[in-house]
Design a protein around this ligand. Structure first.
Ligand code: PEP
Ligand code: MN
Length: 331
């Protein structure tokens, strides 16, 4: 694929005419204040010159917009004033599911005092069984809005259906795309159009290239506020359920300018492995963490085996700080 960076004020007409008259396909995207034209196949697009073109980049990747090949500096994604992608590692935490208002506000206040800057909580839950708790849905989103009003902390929550876009626009600051929907292309396009920051989980059967191609769907709609999130992939190892791919985190950091988050809660599904996985994720270059914390994990309505309690989370934050310092970052 060929990516043309086009001069700011120039007229795209003649470049587009050349591309279409030669039979190339193309897409025009405005991203990070730049005008970009992606064109293919290379055999045609490569030879085209035009005065409107400032730079022309040939990439062998399926994800030209997400690639560092044209944008070397890491993108900073602003989630309600919290910046992901800078030296400071951002921690998002909260229960797996939103369960009730009082619990949610109380735990969010405590998490804030421990250095958490984004609150998580699922209102629409992707459960393996249709008989498991499915989430409080709209009521859950309203509770999350109350949490924001009480704590001032931005909210991340999972959206599963494009038909819920209006609700998510109103109530949350960052939209989570879950592992199971990582290649739900209609949903990816929809969150691309919504323009809100997106936390894109890696599908547990997806390669790093496929994960970045999913991000490309969102970027190609003109939404550059994407944070990609490693949450464990299926491997032959069953002892850890999913394998947190730290090599994948390090590789993704090299391939894409998008900030990379890691979720140490969902890979193993075991409370005692959350801390070591979180520490490894920071050491391998993650820019943010998404961690499940519940005031009484044993009573949680979902993922009770893996959620940390407040004391466990507080101890982890201390250890994360020293690893962050050791790799030249802050937390
Ligand atoms: C979650 O974050 O609660 C969740 C369901 O994660 P994943 O999509 O990674 O399984
Ligand atoms: Mn969960």
């Amino acid at each position: 694929m060929i990516l043309y960076i086009v001069k700011k004020e120039s007229d795209l007409g003649s470049l587009i005419d050349k591309l279409s008259s030669k039979g190339a396909r193309y897409r025009v995207v405005e991203l990070y204040g730049r005008r970009l034209v992606i064109a293919w196949p290379d055999s045609i697009a490569e030879g085209i010159e035009d005065p409107s073109v400032e730079a022309k980049i040939k990439t062998g990747k399926q994800y030209p917009l997400a690639s560092r090949e044209w944008k070397r500096e890491t993108t900073v994604v602003n989630v309600g004033g919290v910046e992901i992608g800078r030296e400071r590692i951002v921690v998002a935490a909260g229960p797996c599911s939103v369960e009730d208002e009082e619990l949610m506000i109380d735990i969010s206040r405590r998490l804030k005092s421990l250095g958490v800057s984004i609150i998580r909580g699922g209102a629409f839950k992707p459960r393996t069984s249709p008989y498991s708790f499915q989430g409080l849905r709209e009521k859950g989103l309203k509770i999350l809005r109350r949490v924001f009003e009480e704590t001032g902390l931005p909210i991340v929550s999972e959206m599963m259906d494009p038909r819920d876009a209006a609700l998510f626009k109103e109530y949350v600051d960052m939209i989570q795309i879950g592992a199971r929907n990582s290649q739900n292309f209609a949903l990816l396009r929809e969150v691309g159009k919504m323009g809100k920051p997106v936390l894109l989980k890696r599908g547990f059967g997806n390669t790093v290239d496929e994960w970045l191609s999913s991000a490309e769907y969102i970027l190609s709609e003109g939404n550059g506020s994407v944070v990609i999130c490693e949450r464990g992939i299926r491997s032959f190892e069953t002892g850890t359920r999913f394998t947190l791919d730290v090599g994948g985190i390090a590789l993704a950091k090299r391939l894409t300018h998008l900030p990379v988050c890691a979720d140490p809660s969902h890979p193993a599904g075991r409370r005692d492995l959350v801390a070591p996985l979180a520490l490894a994720a920071i050491a391998s270059g993650a820019d943010a963490l998404l961690i499940e914390v519940h005031p009484h994990p044993e009573k949680a309505l979902s993922d009770s085996e893996q959620q940390l309690d407040i004391a466990g989370f507080s101890a982890l934050m201390e250890r994360l700080r020293s690893i962050a310092r050791a790799v030249g970052r802050d937390l």
